[in-house]
Design a protein around this ligand. Sequence first.
Ligand code: MN
Length: 485
Amino acid sequence: MSGMIINGKTGDWEVICGLEIHCQIISKSKMFSGGSTHYGSDANENVSFVDAGMPGMLPTLNEQCVRQAIKTGLGLNAKINKYSEFARKNYFYADLPQGYQISQFKYPIVGEGSVSIDLADGTTKEIGIERLHIEQDAGKSIHDISPTKSFIDLNRAGVGLMEIVTKPDFRSPEEAGAFLRKLRSIVRYLGTCDGNMDEGSMRCDVNVSVRKVGEDGYRTRNEMKNVNSVKFVMQAIENEARRHVETYENGGTIEQETRQFDPSTGTSRVMRKKEFAHDYRYFPEPDLLPLVLSDELLAEVKADMVELPDAKKARFVKDLGLTDYDAMVLCENRETAEWFEKAAKGHDAKKVANWMMGDFFAMLNEKKIGLEESPITPENLGKLVDLITSNVINGKTAKDVFVLMAETGDAPDKIVEEKGLKQVTDTGAIEAVIDTVLANNPDNVAAYKAGKVALMGWFVGQVMKESKGKANPAMVNQLLAKKLA
Ligand code: MN
């Protein structure tokens, strides 16, 4: 049970939330023009006549954007609609030169679907997807450069977006957060959106209402626009739900409105009274034909699908013997999962996972680098695990070898060879060390024999030290026990 219950003075309230997420489509050019989508260009560098809304310019649909939308729909286990239509959404805004946005309304390209989310208590929950439609982005107004002037940058105008609308299935901030992380993981696996919320390529509108526990239907909801991090989305839901409860309990009413969440104060304020669909005077886009998908195109996109995080996770648990938790962490992003698979291939997968999630991630963190810059290759981590499982080195030596691997990028077998770190498993050699230790410490030997058995640990430590950490610890324990008996 991951639902959030707010205990009010008039009873228990339940949180209801749905999300609308705008995902910027990965594509070289814009949705209806040849303008570049490159991020970080100079202002207005990537603006074609179509993007600028010049009279007489006509949109041409970019097939790559359509493929990306289908792919994402498949990733959301959703129905792909072979027939969809573009519609004009009319509104006036300074950074929307056409005076309307080309979007989809009655007939979106993707229909209902579902996404499974993993919750902290180990359970999963299905979140319903209402639809996914494609549309063009607007430009950007800049008000903070000059005190007297506003500026417009149209680089983003016309860039392809996928708007993903969920059902009002979230019952807590935690569920919404888990969904956003899952959606980001899916689109990144698919390569359809880079999922960077801080760069605005994934933007989230949050719809929140509350109702008494056991009540049917939904009460009025409020929408918070463009919340730009998972953490802020979670804060916005909690804050808004509490505001609704307080309002109802003080005899007030909630009106449908669009609000702006301010992360610095953790509160929201009214932006405008909620607009309704009819305010936009939607009508079918006269410059574009309905979008009809061929079976060939659908088959091509399907053939191009990659294994998604849920399927990968299930396979890691079933075939490689990982725990649910380890598999979930390793599958959250595709690069990590693929790195792990390379490292685990032909080796003890569970041990490789342990090393990766322990010393390896810690090393990347410490060096502040990503997987792709790691001095340790997947092959070498696999080899290190082999050296341990085949008793060539012991666990303690392995930690030292790992540090040297991270410093030099060398293979573990080379390091073990050069530094002479091979574990001593020769009984005679270990016995010789034990004899020296016992001969040098007659008092402790006597004390041990008189009943101070806790000294065993001390003897083991001395022998390991004398052997420079290379003796096989299990053999040391065994031989010591025999000699001291
Ligand atoms: Mn939209």
